[in-house]
Design a protein around this ligand. Sequence first.
Ligand code: SF4
Length: 168
Amino acid sequence: MEASKHLKRYFRVQRNEMSALFKITEKIPVQFDPGMQLEEFKEIHKKGIVKYRKLREKLELEAIDALAHKNASDRLLLLTEIFLKHPKANPSLLDLKIAIMDRILENCDCCGWSCGVNGKTGEKGLCGLTDISNYASEFLHMREEPELIPTHSIFFTGYTFACVYCQN
Ligand code: SF4
């Protein structure tokens, strides 16, 4: 099947054979102070990403080795060990990403419109949103591409179809 060839990693995550990428960002330790400037956050982020890429590559190679084991319980044991070997960091690269996003919302540059509004004080840009996201629907999507069924879909509100940056 074409999808399994092109979405190898996706299917491995689905089968619990590899970590979802955000789970790897949780394992990368970074040091930052919430009061720092956005530029300082970004510098720390840049260094964190280098560590993240190295760890991701290492984890994936180890997972591929583990998957070569014929015995299913050996495979499961090895995959679990690989995942648990690197504990969650505190603060982590994921925490830094959240802090960056939170700061960007004060001068919104989240999409190509770069409105510069402060969503945290309730100001709205072209999308009509503040720093609070709302969803229109959440459901098990049974009409996606066959390989992706069932998909847990969450549709957020916003200015649907108002510009090229929206998918739907
Ligand atoms: S349209 Fe919305 S998300 Fe995009 S920059 Fe403006 S306020 Fe931010």
